[in-house]
Design a protein around this ligand. Structure first.
Ligand code: NDP
Ligand code: ZN
Length: 352
């Protein structure tokens, strides 16, 4: 079968691979639509995970089940499914402890385009299908389904890790698709004021649509200064980081109030150190929590997010700004995700 792969750091291309086989609990799925992720860009072009040779890319897909193992109960060939970016091994100690994202080892719940071949393929393999797939209901669009697999769950996880309380003042740094969903998640959790940090016009408009009350353009001066001014020198209760380079941690720690939380869902593709400013961290005594996490995946998570779409709490299909038809467009869509033109939020590729 054909697939679009990372050939090595900085190199991508189409390759031939063997069609995957399903074990007793697994499924083989063919994609209906896929989307490239900024994480694919960090992985390929920054070598963020280290060397990967001929690994198929992609971890955002809605697909059709073509084969299931003998022990799979709830899915059968022909079913349309939402495939989470994160497909943990549920029979692990880490999962039992509540950190399925790290089942087996750190980040190992993230399999597609990290530990195994991804979804930019004619067929792909899903481990533990009953626990990792979710049915795509007829009243949820394929676009929304694809956005749920990674963008919605990750942005919402940023809001969860920030432990947003009613009336919190929240800064969301980075308003790409992940940051936009962090804004939507913060709003659902009851944030009061939400300050979105970004610059591109399409993102700014979407940020307002999803619930940002203020926009801060990082190109207009230091973000910490702008946010301190907007908050009369008080700062914010919570920060969600969904963009920028490691240095952004300085800004986040500076603007969060004592007792506040900096929640990071950004994937830092480069640099050895993520800096914490000493003075603004109260010389170590400010009760400013810094936490970062890989998004949860799995079936229950997907079904909950699907419900949020069905019951009109969030409409992630608005994230899709560019639609392609034809498998061959995957490369174009991936490069688009790298170049981030002014009007791009997220491209999607329908296989047919
Ligand atoms: P985008 O590149 O689409 O968006 C990034 C945002 O950050 C843009 O709004 C951009 O501004 C802004 N930004 C860039 N530089 C700065 C700066 N110096 N100061 C402030 N803002 C800045 O990314 P995505 O939304 O697709 O993804 C966000 C991150 O989440 C990525 O690192 C991705 O890999 C990661 N990710 C993490 C996951 C997880 O499980 N934790 C899962 C999925 C993704 P502008 O408006 O100018 O473009
Ligand atoms: Zn991703």
């Amino acid at each position: 079968m054909k697939g679009f792969a990372m050939l090595g750091i900085g190199k991508v291309g189409w390759i031939e691979k063997e069609k995957p086989k399903a074990g007793p609990y697994d499924a083989i799925v063919k994609p209906i639509a896929v989307a490239p992720c900024t994480s694919d860009i960090h992985t390929v072009f920054e070598g963020a995970l280290g060397e990967r040779e001929d690994m198929l890319l992609g971890h955002e897909a809605v697909g059709e089940v073509v084969e299931v193992g003998s022990e799979v109960k709830d899915f059968k060939p022909g079913d349309r499914v939402v495939v989470p970016a994160i497909t943990p091994d549920w029979r692990t100690i880490e999962s039992q402890r509540g950190f399925s994202q790290h089942s087996g080892e750190m980040l190992a719940g993230w399999k597609f385009s990290n530990f195994k071949d991804g979804v930019f393929a004619e067929f792909f393999h899903v481990n533990d299908a009953d626990m990792n797939l979710a049915h795509l209901p007829d009243n949820v669009s394929v676009e929304a389904g694809v956005m749920i697999t990674d963008m919605v769950t990750t942005g919402f996880h940023g809001a969860e890790l920030a432990d947003i309380k009613l009336g919190d003042v929240v800064a969301v740094i980075g308003i790409g698709p992940v940051g936009l969903m962090a804004i939507a998640g913060a709003k659902i959790q009851g944030a009061g004021r939400i300050l979105g940090v970004g610059s591109r016009k399409a993102l700014v408009e979407a940020a307002k649509f999803y619930g940002a009350t203020d926009i801060v353009n990082y190109k207009n001066g230091p973000v910490d200064e702008q946010i301190m001014e907007l908050t009369n020198g008080k700062g914010v209760d919570k920060v969600i980081i969904a963009g920028a380079k490691p240095d952004i941690m300085k800004t986040a720690v500076k603007i969060v109030k004592p007792g506040g939380i900096v929640s990071n869902v950004n994937y830092y593709g480069e640099g050895d150190i993520i800096p914490i400013p000493r003075i603004e961290w109260g010389s170590g005594m400010a009760h400013k929590t810094i936490i970062g996490g890989l998004t949860p995946g799995g079936r229950d998570r997907m079904e909950r997010l699907i419900d949020l779409v069905i019951y009109n709490r969030v409409d992630p299909s608005k994230l899709v700004t560019h639609t392609f038809h034809g498998f061959d467009h995957i490369e174009e869509a991936l490069i688009m995700m790298k170049d981030k033109q002014e009007d791009l939020i997220k491209p999607i590729v329908f296989v047919e």
